[in-house]
Design a protein around this ligand. Structure first.
Ligand SMILES: O=C(O)CCC(=O)C(=O)O
Ligand SMILES: [Fe+2]
Length: 377
């Protein structure tokens, strides 16, 4: 099955070409084996591909897009209210706005549990459900094709995890507001969503026509991905053979239009055991990871992140005068060097949104200092 890969992506020389491979799903019936081969190649060489003729109705996509944009256009208190006070963290509405001196540009988002409608904004729950159903089906078709391409005996071994009613799949809407004026662009490129690899089985991303998404090549070069509102971008991972590509999103550089991306993360149920697909393991290609459940994996990621953030907060408090948080920390286990970045001057001490980069596992996150204090106490 699937596990996160910390290995660099395995790519051949031919992947130097700029551009992401396109997978035409209309070939599914007549040219199936060609298609499965192309999907496997795209996963191995790029870690990302674009899907066209995917069969998801444009009405379903535009309905969620319209409702999402209406939601983000509301004043902030109403956005919090619209998702409801009972929604447990981390679901609901979040924002990241760390000001003009910070490393991160404007981003706000809505994070929903795909299978738990209590996390869906009641105002557009139907649009969310329709979209989730359509992209889950697409994910399952792609995973079945992938399994076929890998000559895995049980073709539905991956898709059955997503189909499971208990699957831990998520839906995220990211909103990158338009620039207020060209002056806000004087600092050049700003990062809207820092570099990371998604940990789930697969990611299905769709954005409107405003650019922003970038992927990282094995040489460390950032390549912009051309936005295509009629297509989906797919990232997949499994036992180091397919590495989910490292990516980031730049803050919006359009003065007239917001960028909105809608991202489905297909994940197993929390209690599902995560181990490599049997056919992928051999004496020459042993399992890279010990077996654990998806829930255990998520908890471990969360714990290491919290530890890091607690340290960063303490460093920030010690070095508040110049408002620059330079917390360089060594993680005892991983010996990874982490660096963090600047904080907003405008927020109060107890409520500091901050952003940091962990070089060790390339995870970028924004947390509220308030939450941290509680956790740390
Ligand atoms: O908004 C985007 O285009 C990318 C966001 C992303 O990578 C994520 O939400 O995991
Ligand atoms: Fe991502």
């Amino acid at each position: 099955m699937v596990v996160a890969s910390t290995n660099p992506l395995k790519r051949s020389k031919k992947t130097k070409a700029v551009g992401v491979p396109t997978i035409d799903l209309s070939l599914k019936h007549k040219h199936r084996s060609t298609l499965t081969g192309l999907i496997v190649e795209a996963c191995e060489d790029f870690g990302i591909f674009k899907v066209i003729n995917h069969g998801v109705s444009s009405d379903i996509i535009s309905s969620l897009e319209r409702q999402g944009l209406d939601f983000f256009a509301k004043p902030t208190p109403q956005k919090h209210l619209a998702v409801g006070p009972t929604v447990p963290k981390p679901f609901g509405y979040g924002f990241r706005n760390i000001g003009s001196n910070g490393d991160v540009g404007d981003l706000e988002y809505l994070l929903l549990h795909a299978n738990n409608s209590s996390t869906h904004p009641p105002l557009f729950s139907d649009a969310v459900n329709d979209y989730v159903e359509a992209v889950s089906d697409l994910s399952c078709s792609l995973l079945d094709l992938m399994a076929e391409g890998l000559w895995v005996q049980d073709k539905s071994i991956l898709s059955s995890l997503i189909r499971d009613p208990q699957s831990d799949s998520l839906l995220r809407l990211n909103h990158y507001p338009a620039l207020k004026n060209w002056d806000s662009f004087i600092n050049g490129e700003r990062i809207g969503f820092g570099e990371h690899s998604d940990p789930q089985i697969l990611t299905i991303l769709r954005s409107n026509d405003i650019p922003g998404l970038q992927i990282c090549t094995p040489d460390g070069l950032w390549l912009p991905v051309q936005p295509d509102p009629n297509a989906f971008y797919v990232m997949v991972l499994t036992n180091g053979r397919f590495g989910s590509v490292k990516h980031r999103a730049m803050a919006n550089s359009s003065i007239s239009k917001a960028r909105m991306s809608m991202i489905f993360f297909g994940a197993p149920p929390l209690n599902a055991t995560i181990s490599p697909i049997e056919e992928m393991v051999s004496p020459l290609n042993p399992s890279l990871y010990k077996t654990f459940t998806w829930g255990e994996y998520k908890r471990a990621m969360h714990a290491s992140r919290l530890m890091l953030l607690a340290k960063a907060l303490m460093a920030y408090r010690q070095d508040k005068k110049n408002n620059l948080m330079t917390a360089i920390m060594e993680d005892a286990e991983e010996k990874a060097i982490y660096s963090s970045s600047r904080l907003d001057t405008k927020d109060s001490d107890d409520h500091i949104p901050f952003y940091m980069k962990m070089k060790g596992n390339r995870y970028t996150s924004t947390f509220q200092a308030q939450e941290l204090t509680t956790i740390h106490a």
